[in-house]
Design a protein around this ligand. Structure first.
Ligand code: FPP
Length: 263
Protein backbone atom coordinates (compact mmCIF):
# COMPACT_ATOMS: atom_id res chain seq x y z
CA UNK A 1 0.00 0.00 0.00
CA UNK A 2 2.72 2.48 0.98
CA UNK A 3 4.87 1.42 -1.98
CA UNK A 4 1.96 2.25 -4.26
CA UNK A 5 1.47 5.63 -2.61
CA UNK A 6 5.16 6.37 -3.08
CA UNK A 7 5.30 5.15 -6.67
CA UNK A 8 2.30 7.34 -7.49
CA UNK A 9 4.55 10.43 -7.33
CA UNK A 10 7.68 8.91 -8.90
CA UNK A 11 7.81 9.25 -12.69
CA UNK A 12 8.06 5.82 -14.36
CA UNK A 13 11.66 4.79 -14.93
CA UNK A 14 13.04 7.45 -12.55
CA UNK A 15 16.00 6.25 -10.47
CA UNK A 16 13.96 6.75 -7.26
CA UNK A 17 11.68 3.92 -8.38
CA UNK A 18 14.39 1.29 -7.93
CA UNK A 19 15.18 2.69 -4.46
CA UNK A 20 11.51 2.71 -3.48
CA UNK A 21 11.17 -0.93 -4.53
CA UNK A 22 14.09 -1.88 -2.28
CA UNK A 23 12.33 -0.58 0.85
CA UNK A 24 11.05 -3.23 3.24
CA UNK A 25 7.71 -1.79 4.28
CA UNK A 26 7.42 -4.31 7.11
CA UNK A 27 10.51 -2.77 8.74
CA UNK A 28 9.82 0.93 8.44
CA UNK A 29 11.04 3.18 11.25
CA UNK A 30 7.97 4.41 13.13
CA UNK A 31 9.59 7.79 13.67
CA UNK A 32 12.25 9.63 11.66
CA UNK A 33 13.77 12.79 13.12
CA UNK A 34 15.82 15.14 10.97
CA UNK A 35 18.41 17.82 11.72
CA UNK A 36 18.19 20.03 8.65
CA UNK A 37 21.66 21.53 8.33
CA UNK A 38 23.74 23.21 5.65
CA UNK A 39 21.45 25.94 4.35
CA UNK A 40 24.09 28.61 4.93
CA UNK A 41 26.82 26.61 3.18
CA UNK A 42 24.51 25.86 0.26
CA UNK A 43 23.95 29.60 -0.19
CA UNK A 44 27.65 30.44 0.27
CA UNK A 45 28.60 27.95 -2.45
CA UNK A 46 26.38 29.96 -4.79
CA UNK A 47 27.53 33.38 -3.53
CA UNK A 48 24.01 34.02 -2.26
CA UNK A 49 22.88 35.46 1.08
CA UNK A 50 22.29 32.83 3.81
CA UNK A 51 18.55 33.41 3.71
CA UNK A 52 18.47 32.05 0.14
CA UNK A 53 19.68 28.77 1.57
CA UNK A 54 16.75 28.75 3.99
CA UNK A 55 14.38 29.59 1.14
CA UNK A 56 15.69 26.64 -0.88
CA UNK A 57 15.49 24.54 2.29
CA UNK A 58 11.71 25.06 2.36
CA UNK A 59 11.43 23.02 -0.86
CA UNK A 60 13.35 20.18 0.79
CA UNK A 61 10.90 20.36 3.73
CA UNK A 62 7.97 20.02 1.34
CA UNK A 63 9.38 16.96 -0.41
CA UNK A 64 10.51 15.30 2.84
CA UNK A 65 7.09 15.70 4.47
CA UNK A 66 5.29 14.28 1.46
CA UNK A 67 7.76 11.39 1.14
CA UNK A 68 7.38 10.57 4.85
CA UNK A 69 3.60 10.52 4.57
CA UNK A 70 3.63 8.40 1.42
CA UNK A 71 6.09 5.94 2.98
CA UNK A 72 3.61 5.53 5.81
CA UNK A 73 5.75 6.77 8.71
CA UNK A 74 3.93 7.27 12.00
CA UNK A 75 5.96 10.34 12.92
CA UNK A 76 8.35 12.73 11.18
CA UNK A 77 10.07 15.43 13.27
CA UNK A 78 11.99 18.28 11.62
CA UNK A 79 14.29 20.64 13.54
CA UNK A 80 13.38 24.05 12.15
CA UNK A 81 14.50 26.48 14.87
CA UNK A 82 16.44 25.83 18.04
CA UNK A 83 16.49 27.95 21.18
CA UNK A 84 20.13 28.70 20.28
CA UNK A 85 19.07 30.01 16.82
CA UNK A 86 17.91 33.29 18.44
CA UNK A 87 21.63 34.20 18.51
CA UNK A 88 21.57 34.61 14.72
CA UNK A 89 21.23 38.04 13.08
CA UNK A 90 17.73 39.51 13.47
CA UNK A 91 17.17 39.57 9.70
CA UNK A 92 17.96 35.85 9.43
CA UNK A 93 15.61 35.00 12.29
CA UNK A 94 12.80 37.06 10.81
CA UNK A 95 13.30 35.46 7.38
CA UNK A 96 13.07 32.01 8.97
CA UNK A 97 9.79 33.01 10.61
CA UNK A 98 8.42 34.44 7.34
CA UNK A 99 9.38 31.22 5.53
CA UNK A 100 7.65 29.17 8.19
CA UNK A 101 4.49 31.24 7.86
CA UNK A 102 4.61 31.00 4.09
CA UNK A 103 5.15 27.25 4.27
CA UNK A 104 2.15 26.79 6.56
CA UNK A 105 -0.09 28.90 4.34
CA UNK A 106 0.94 27.24 1.10
CA UNK A 107 1.10 23.68 2.42
CA UNK A 108 -1.94 23.43 4.66
CA UNK A 109 -4.06 22.00 1.85
CA UNK A 110 -1.32 19.45 1.05
CA UNK A 111 -1.16 18.44 4.72
CA UNK A 112 -4.92 17.95 4.73
CA UNK A 113 -4.91 16.07 1.42
CA UNK A 114 -2.21 13.70 2.72
CA UNK A 115 -4.01 13.16 6.06
CA UNK A 116 -1.02 14.63 7.94
CA UNK A 117 -1.43 15.85 11.53
CA UNK A 118 0.71 18.86 12.33
CA UNK A 119 2.18 19.54 15.77
CA UNK A 120 4.79 21.85 17.27
CA UNK A 121 7.37 20.79 19.84
CA UNK A 122 9.24 23.52 21.69
CA UNK A 123 8.48 26.67 23.65
CA UNK A 124 5.81 27.84 21.25
CA UNK A 125 4.43 30.47 23.65
CA UNK A 126 7.67 32.48 23.26
CA UNK A 127 7.17 32.92 19.50
CA UNK A 128 5.65 36.10 18.02
CA UNK A 129 1.82 36.19 18.27
CA UNK A 130 1.30 36.14 14.47
CA UNK A 131 3.48 33.01 14.18
CA UNK A 132 1.65 31.34 17.05
CA UNK A 133 -1.66 32.14 15.37
CA UNK A 134 -0.53 30.57 12.09
CA UNK A 135 0.78 27.51 13.92
CA UNK A 136 -2.44 27.10 15.91
CA UNK A 137 -4.46 27.29 12.72
CA UNK A 138 -2.45 24.46 11.13
CA UNK A 139 -2.56 22.40 14.36
CA UNK A 140 -6.32 22.83 14.72
CA UNK A 141 -7.17 22.27 11.06
CA UNK A 142 -5.14 19.03 10.92
CA UNK A 143 -6.06 17.76 14.41
CA UNK A 144 -8.58 15.24 13.05
CA UNK A 145 -6.13 13.68 10.57
CA UNK A 146 -5.08 10.13 11.26
CA UNK A 147 -2.06 9.70 8.97
CA UNK A 148 1.52 10.71 9.67
CA UNK A 149 2.19 13.04 12.57
CA UNK A 150 4.46 15.87 11.46
CA UNK A 151 6.22 17.53 14.39
CA UNK A 152 8.08 20.71 13.79
CA UNK A 153 10.65 21.57 16.45
CA UNK A 154 10.48 25.35 16.95
CA UNK A 155 12.20 27.34 19.66
CA UNK A 156 13.22 23.85 20.72
CA UNK A 157 16.06 22.65 22.93
CA UNK A 158 16.49 19.11 24.21
CA UNK A 159 17.69 20.21 27.65
CA UNK A 160 14.91 22.82 27.88
CA UNK A 161 12.41 20.06 27.05
CA UNK A 162 13.73 17.91 29.90
CA UNK A 163 13.56 20.87 32.28
CA UNK A 164 9.98 21.63 31.13
CA UNK A 165 9.07 17.98 31.64
CA UNK A 166 10.55 18.00 35.15
CA UNK A 167 8.54 21.12 35.97
CA UNK A 168 5.35 19.50 34.67
CA UNK A 169 6.04 16.34 36.58
CA UNK A 170 6.48 18.30 39.81
CA UNK A 171 3.35 20.39 39.12
CA UNK A 172 1.33 17.23 38.48
CA UNK A 173 1.95 16.15 42.06
CA UNK A 174 3.27 12.75 41.00
CA UNK A 175 5.01 10.93 43.83
CA UNK A 176 8.80 10.76 43.28
CA UNK A 177 8.77 6.99 43.75
CA UNK A 178 6.11 6.67 41.00
CA UNK A 179 8.31 8.48 38.50
CA UNK A 180 10.10 6.05 36.22
CA UNK A 181 11.35 6.49 32.64
CA UNK A 182 8.00 5.60 31.12
CA UNK A 183 6.12 8.03 33.35
CA UNK A 184 8.64 10.80 32.81
CA UNK A 185 8.31 10.46 29.01
CA UNK A 186 4.62 11.38 29.41
CA UNK A 187 5.70 14.89 30.46
CA UNK A 188 7.86 15.47 27.37
CA UNK A 189 6.58 17.42 24.35
CA UNK A 190 6.45 14.10 22.49
CA UNK A 191 4.25 12.33 25.07
CA UNK A 192 2.50 9.34 23.54
CA UNK A 193 4.72 9.27 20.45
CA UNK A 194 7.22 6.53 19.60
CA UNK A 195 10.88 7.53 20.01
CA UNK A 196 12.79 8.19 16.78
CA UNK A 197 14.23 5.00 15.30
CA UNK A 198 16.28 6.95 12.81
CA UNK A 199 17.96 10.34 13.19
CA UNK A 200 19.11 11.90 9.92
CA UNK A 201 21.54 14.81 9.89
CA UNK A 202 22.49 16.59 6.70
CA UNK A 203 25.69 18.46 5.77
CA UNK A 204 28.13 15.99 7.30
CA UNK A 205 28.24 17.34 10.86
CA UNK A 206 28.58 14.68 13.56
CA UNK A 207 26.58 16.35 16.32
CA UNK A 208 23.16 15.93 17.91
CA UNK A 209 22.83 19.68 18.63
CA UNK A 210 20.56 19.50 21.66
CA UNK A 211 17.91 17.66 19.61
CA UNK A 212 15.46 15.21 21.20
CA UNK A 213 18.12 14.24 23.76
CA UNK A 214 15.83 11.97 25.75
CA UNK A 215 14.11 10.41 22.76
CA UNK A 216 17.17 9.50 20.64
CA UNK A 217 18.64 7.21 23.30
CA UNK A 218 18.55 4.22 20.91
CA UNK A 219 18.06 5.95 17.56
CA UNK A 220 20.19 4.89 14.62
CA UNK A 221 22.12 7.93 13.42
CA UNK A 222 22.61 8.56 9.71
CA UNK A 223 24.74 11.48 8.56
CA UNK A 224 24.83 12.52 4.92
CA UNK A 225 27.12 15.10 3.33
CA UNK A 226 24.17 16.39 1.30
CA UNK A 227 23.31 19.95 2.28
CA UNK A 228 19.70 20.36 3.40
CA UNK A 229 18.46 22.39 0.38
CA UNK A 230 19.62 19.52 -1.88
CA UNK A 231 17.93 16.84 0.24
CA UNK A 232 15.31 15.05 -1.83
CA UNK A 233 13.22 11.85 -1.84
CA UNK A 234 16.28 9.92 -3.08
CA UNK A 235 18.30 10.92 -0.01
CA UNK A 236 15.49 9.99 2.33
CA UNK A 237 15.18 6.58 0.67
CA UNK A 238 18.96 6.08 0.89
CA UNK A 239 18.86 6.88 4.62
CA UNK A 240 15.98 4.48 5.08
CA UNK A 241 17.72 1.67 3.21
CA UNK A 242 20.90 2.20 5.27
CA UNK A 243 18.76 2.04 8.42
CA UNK A 244 17.17 -1.22 7.27
CA UNK A 245 20.62 -2.80 6.94
CA UNK A 246 21.51 -1.98 10.54
CA UNK A 247 21.27 -4.45 13.37
CA UNK A 248 19.52 -2.85 16.34
CA UNK A 249 20.51 -4.28 19.69
CA UNK A 250 19.27 -1.77 22.30
CA UNK A 251 22.25 -2.61 24.49
CA UNK A 252 21.65 -6.35 24.24
CA UNK A 253 23.00 -8.89 21.79
CA UNK A 254 21.37 -10.58 18.83
CA UNK A 255 21.00 -14.39 18.74
CA UNK A 256 23.74 -14.53 16.05
CA UNK A 257 26.22 -12.75 18.33
CA UNK A 258 25.20 -14.83 21.31
CA UNK A 259 25.99 -17.95 19.24
CA UNK A 260 29.51 -16.63 18.47
CA UNK A 261 30.08 -15.96 22.17
CA UNK A 262 28.93 -19.47 23.06
CA UNK A 263 31.50 -21.11 20.79
C1 FPP B 1 20.45 24.97 9.44
O1 FPP B 1 21.27 25.49 8.42
C2 FPP B 1 19.05 25.26 9.22
C3 FPP B 1 18.27 26.01 10.05
C4 FPP B 1 18.80 26.65 11.24
C5 FPP B 1 16.86 26.28 9.80
C6 FPP B 1 16.07 25.29 9.03
C7 FPP B 1 15.10 26.03 8.20
C8 FPP B 1 14.60 25.66 7.01
C9 FPP B 1 14.87 24.37 6.40
C10 FPP B 1 13.76 26.58 6.18
C11 FPP B 1 12.39 26.91 6.62
C12 FPP B 1 11.67 25.90 7.41
C13 FPP B 1 10.39 25.52 7.23
C14 FPP B 1 9.77 24.62 8.19
C15 FPP B 1 9.59 25.92 6.07
P1 FPP B 1 22.41 26.51 8.77
O2 FPP B 1 21.90 27.88 8.49
O3 FPP B 1 22.90 26.31 10.16
O4 FPP B 1 23.50 26.09 7.73
P2 FPP B 1 25.09 26.23 7.85
O5 FPP B 1 25.51 25.31 8.98
O6 FPP B 1 25.56 25.76 6.51
O7 FPP B 1 25.39 27.67 8.12
Amino acid sequence: MSLERLLAVIPAGHSDEALAREVNFDRLPAHIAVIMDGNGRWAAQRHLPRVEGHRAGSDAVRETVETGARLGLDVLTLYAFSIENWKRPVTEVSTLMVLLKRYLRSELETLLKNDIRFRVIGRMDELAPDIQQELHLAIDRTAGNTGMLFNIALNYGGRAEIVDAARRAIASGIKPEALDEEQFAQFLYTAGQPDPDLLIRTSGEMRVSNYLLWQIAYAEIYVTDTLWPDFRRRHMLEALLAYQKRERRYGGITPARAAIGAQ
